[in-house]
Design a protein around this ligand. Structure first.
Ligand code: SF4
Ligand code: SF4
Length: 339
């Protein structure tokens, strides 16, 4: 009923239980099938809805595409905090400062995010190490917490308030006991995140300062790059990675159409410049650059790590490059050099 109401105004996506550890994001049509409100973050990152993998920006006649074009605005239900935190980075790149991307800004303004608490953790979750919680903190319109016998809903923005008002006939008042139950569930799932951090011995964010700067010549980079196949999967899966290139593609009929397409800093041609010079010729240099941007550059320019601890790059990497292991080894090396 609640979902049906949303689907009249929005193009609704929700989390569906998958066969693996992570759910998938699917489109609503004719009811919810195996929906998941709590659980963990889905396989697909939230950025897919705001920063498309491929988006037309200029048509074949040289006219700029309309950033507001398209059907209904989107609503995503069940979004977890590691994805919401990823929006802090995307917002700082695409909607703050001198240059604003009209395509990103328009989607962020129109869309509705219904976020939910994580009710358990999987073995790649390490959001706490990066200073993020396992329940929504910001960038959402409505918060849903799954309880034993129902859900606790809270509006955060005017859009969220409007949605809850419109559905007031199916909602009941909540009380202190519901908040206590929510906090209890949060403490259990939070303990699972902590257990995972302890098991993989990942250092906390307070230990990351200058960790890349101090390890530019480290052998860790070559060791880790050894098995990398340059698939770019770590960038595609990451809720904070945002690099793109512009491509003019000739259509059979009409002129060239310009697209904005996701790029990967792990690709050899990523940093190539005119004259074929390439400052990051070697794969280990590109791997180091990826870490440098996440753990040195972003904290320097806007005080944020460009990693939210979602663990997607760990489960998705065919070379089994584990960002937690790299951070752990880098911090250990820094400490050793200091001693
Ligand atoms: S996902 Fe793994 S193998 Fe693929 S580019 Fe990233 S680090 Fe390399
Ligand atoms: S770097 Fe890896 S763990 Fe960190 S946010 Fe990106 S995909 Fe998640």
């Amino acid at each position: 009923m609640f979902a049906y109401g949303i689907s009249k105004e929005y193009s609704l996506y929700y989390l569906r239980k998958g066969k693996g550890a992570s759910p998938h994001i699917v489109k609503y049509s004719d009811g919810l099938k195996d929906p998941l409100i709590g659980g963990v973050r889905p396989f697909e990152p939230l950025k897919n809805f705001f920063f498309f993998a491929r988006e037309r920006v200029i048509d074949g006649l040289g006219r700029p595409a309309d950033p507001k074009a398209g059907g209904k605005p989107l609503c995503v239900l069940g979004v977890k905090n590691c994805d919401l935190a990823g929006l802090n980075i995307l917002d700082s790149v695409f909607s703050e400062g001198d240059f604003k991307d009209p395509f990103y800004v328009s989607k962020r303004e129109q869309n509705l995010i219904i976020a939910a608490d994580c009710t358990h953790a999987i073995d790649t979750c390490f959001c706490h190490a990066l200073g993020h919680e396992h329940f929504p903190q910001k960038n959402h319109d409505v918060l849903i917490s799954e309880l034993r016998d129902g859900y606790l809903l809270e509006s955060v923005t005017w859009k969220g308030k409007k949605l809850l008002n419109e559905n007031s006939d199916i909602l009941a008042d909540s009380g202190e006991k519901h908040i206590e139950e929510r906090d209890h569930i949060r403490s259990i799932s939070g303990a699972q995140v902590e257990e995972g951090i302890k098991k993989s011995e990942i250092p906390r964010q307070t230990e990351y300062k200058d960790v890349i700067k101090k390890s530019l010549e480290s052998e860790i980079w070559e060791r880790e790059a050894e098995n990398c196949v340059e698939c770019g999967g770590c960038n595609v899966a990451c809720p904070t990675c945002h690099c793109f290139y512009l491509a003019d593609i000739q259509k059979k009929a009409g002129g060239e159409t310009r697209y904005k397409i996701w790029d990967s800093c792990m690709y050899k041609r990523f940093a190539r410049v005119a004259g074929n010079a390439n400052p990051r010729q070697h794969l280990w240099e590109r791997l180091r650059n990826r870490f440098e941007k996440k753990f040195d550059y972003f904290p320097e320019v806007n005080g944020l790590y460009a990693c939210t601890g979602c663990g997607r790059c760990i489960s998705g990497c065919p070379a089994k490059i584990d960002i937690r292991r790299v951070l752990k080894d880098l911090v250990a090396e820094k400490k050793k050099a200091k001693a």
